[in-house]
Design a protein around this ligand. Structure first.
Ligand code: SF4
Length: 391
């Protein structure tokens, strides 16, 4: 377990103090969501908006980020389907030319062809991400609302790897599809993804609260992911307490053992991917495994979101606007906006997160706190950890 702790502490997130001056992951949404599905959880409407950032305005944001200097932040172009932006190639090339590592969050549509992915690579993109919501066509297509999406997504993932793009697969963790995770893990391995990002659903106006996991269920899923991590490179979004497991080097909070959901996920893994089940939990990673720990880019702490109309939020899942890049440079907003400064300050957090000995490496999900209490500085209600200060 000392090995786990060493791996974790070497790559675990920068402390909020370390990321106070500059973001290291900037999510730039280029357009309103046009997806028929409900992957992302953002409250958006289809189509181009009249106030969408122009090419020049996005380039000004990129230049501002470049001027921060090395190490420059990573930029991800997102939106419902950034491939619908006719200037996407121009923007990717501008970002790459400005020295910014750049990726594109791609929706699997007929536009996501091997040719369009190869063009993105030629323009300077280093990575792409695709969303896989279910382990089969029936479940994935049902979530997307698009027949045939599962097959085209798998094809596009393989094409991305073939043209030299680093592939990330994103999956939303929600109650109705949580048992898909073992099968999706096998798919992630099969398409040779460099990273599997598991987004823990945050309740929003357009996603029912009943789909978000409870704290006990979240702990069980994190314990399952802890077992899988040596086999599949993975990270969590809006569940930063996964780092607690990595630092402790145990499956769950010291005071609790994994519950029924964990056992069912492991049983499913044994059925669907016996080899991974046999190796599960085998830290350090076996030869060929990854064993990587996630680098956090939390809400306003390392990560920041720019909407298609220039509004800046801590993340796309924490809908509190701190300014607009049309009025104030993003670098200035990130460093000085009072809300972002508070989110990065462990002393400003309330409840268990405010008392937690692991706040500097976790900080709690500020989006989950806000969604369920209305206070972005409240304790993360999806974490079951009892801080040491509470005995
Ligand atoms: S109590 Fe808060 S800071 Fe501590 S591990 Fe849980 S979510 Fe993270």
């Amino acid at each position: 377990m000392a090995t786990v702790a060493r791996i974790a502490s070497s790559t675990v997130r920068q402390s909020c103090a370390g990321s106070a001056a500059r973001p290291f992951l900037v999510d730039v949404s280029l357009m309103n969501c046009g997806s028929a599905g409900r992957h992302c959880g953002t409250e958006t409407v289809p189509g181009h908006g009249p106030h969408e950032l122009s090419t020049g305005e996005v380039e000004a944001v990129l230049d501002d980020l470049s001027a921060i200097g090395a190490p420059r932040p990573r930029v991800v172009f997102s939106g419902g389907d950034p491939l619908r932006r006719p200037d996407l190639q121009t923007l990717v090339a501008h970002a790459a030319g400005a020295g910014l590592p750049v990726g594109v969050s791609v929706t699997s549509t007929p536009r996501a062809t091997a040719s369009s992915l190869a063009t993105l690579r030629l323009c300077g993109a280093s990575a792409v991400s695709f969303s896989i919501g279910g382990a089969s066509a029936a479940t994935h297509d049902g979530i997307c609302g698009v027949d045939g999406s599962f097959g085209s997504t798998i094809d596009a993932c393989r094409a991305a790897v073939r043209v030299g793009l680093r592939l990330q697969v994103s999956t939303t963790v929600r109650a109705s599809t949580v048992f898909e995770l073992p099968g999706i893990a096998r798919l992630v391995d099969g398409v040779r993804a460099a990273m599997w990002n598991l987004f823990f659903e945050v309740p929003t106006k357009c996603t029912p609260t009943s789909e978000a996991l409870s704290a006990a269920e979240t702990e069980d899923v994190l314990a399952f992911l802890f077992d899988l991590a040596p086999q599949v490179p993975l990270e969590t979004t809006e569940a930063p307490s996964f780092r607690r497991l990595l630092v402790h080097g145990v499956r769950g909070a010291p005071e609790r053992t994994p519950g029924a959901l964990y056992r069912r996920l492991r049983a499913r893994l044994a059925d669907e991917w016996p080899l991974a089940d046999r190796r599960a939990g085998s830290w350090p990673a076996p030869e060929g495994g990854h064993g990587r720990t996630p680098l956090a880019a939390g809400d306003g702490c390392g990560g920041v979101f720019v909407s298609h109309i220039g509004e800046v939020q801590p993340s796309r899942f924490l809908p509190l606007v701190v300014g607009n890049v049309r009025d104030t440079p993003l670098s200035e907003l990130y460093a000085n906006a009072p809300l972002l400064k508070a989110l990065r300050d462990p002393a400003a957090h309330h409840g268990r997160c405010g008392r937690c000995e692991l706040n500097a490496i976790c900080g709690g999900s500020r989006a989950q706190a806000y969604a369920r209490s209305g206070d972005p500085l409240a304790e993360d209600p999806t974490c079951d950890h009892r801080p040491a200060a509470e005995g």
